[in-house]
Design a protein around this ligand. Structure first.
Ligand code: ZN
Length: 261
């Protein structure tokens, strides 16, 4: 802890902040890019060893095709990224991203995402988390918290008190520091906004997001409890409303992508 405190001013001077592509937001960034890539790689290797990787050829090919196509058009925004798209045998409709370019998709997502356009909405969102470096942003906020709660407000100012509790609990038990921290709501909105543009830029129709999230909402309403991962995400109604706001720019990107094909 003492070492961390000593290092802190140096780290802030050295790295300080990151300008998020597309939105231009300045985020707190104390994690060097090389370290981020390495951490993502190690954690993803662990996850692959612990969980069952699917051998379904159709779904695997679809995840690779859609992920590669989006990464191809947006990759330069994070030149260090080492992209890897892996399908996991898991019935929950979920996807996740780790720093540095690692994206996992559950087979259960295919129940909800019925076309490449719809899968691209989810993968665009996860790729946006990677390029916006949201995982490292959460770690940076954690580093400051660990250094004495200096930036408690910065870390938690966009959360209500129950979410703060949940976040702090996650932080407290986070043995794999950082990687498992839930994203903030601000991060989620930003990933929706950027992800929609990325999917569109790669030639996927961003309007598929509305159908997808409506179906996701029906799925979660049909259950007594929403899927776990949904709890850190905005409510579906809020999300769909915001997606409508982000849509005009994304549709422009989509039209532009067609002229480039
Ligand atoms: Zn997300």
């Amino acid at each position: 802890m003492k070492r961390c405190l000593l290092l802190l001013p140096f780290l802030v001077l050295l790295t300080g902040c990151y300008t998020v592509p597309e939105t231009g937001r300045k985020s707190l960034m104390l994690v060097p890019i090389g370290q981020e890539t390495q951490l993502g790689e190690t954690s993803f290797a662990d996850i692959k060893a612990q969980r069952k990787v699917s051998n379904d050829p159709y779904m695997t090919a679809t995840v690779t095709r859609v992920g590669t196509r989006i990464a191809h058009v947006v990759g330069n925004a994070l030149p260090n990224a080492e992209w890897e798209f892996v399908l996991f045998d898991d019935d929950t409709p979920n996807a996740f991203a780790l720093p540095g370019g690692k994206v996992g998709v559950h087979t259960g997502l295919f129940r909800i995402a019925q076309t490449d356009d719809e899968l691209a909405i989810v993968m665009g969102h996860e790729i946006a988390h990677v390029i916006a470096r949201h995982g490292s942003e959460r770690m940076s906020q954690g580093i400051l918290l660990a250094a004495g709660g200096v930036a408690l407000d910065v870390a938690l100012d966009d959360k209500d008190s129950s979410e703060r509790q949940a976040w702090l609990a996650a932080y407290g038990v986070g043995a794999t520091f950082g990687v498992l921290l839930p994203y903030s709501r601000l991060n989620e909105n930003e990933a929706d906004e950027i992800g929609l543009r990325y999917a569109a830029r790669a030639g996927y129709d961003p309007r598929a997001a509305i159908d997808f999230w409506t179906r996701m909402k029906e799925e979660s309403e049909g259950k007594t409890k929403p899927p776990e991962w949904m709890s850190t995400h905005p409510s579906d109604d809020t999300r769909i409303k915001k997606l409508h706001q982000f849509m005009p720019i994304a549709v422009e990107e989509y039209e532009l992508s067609k002229t480039k094909q």
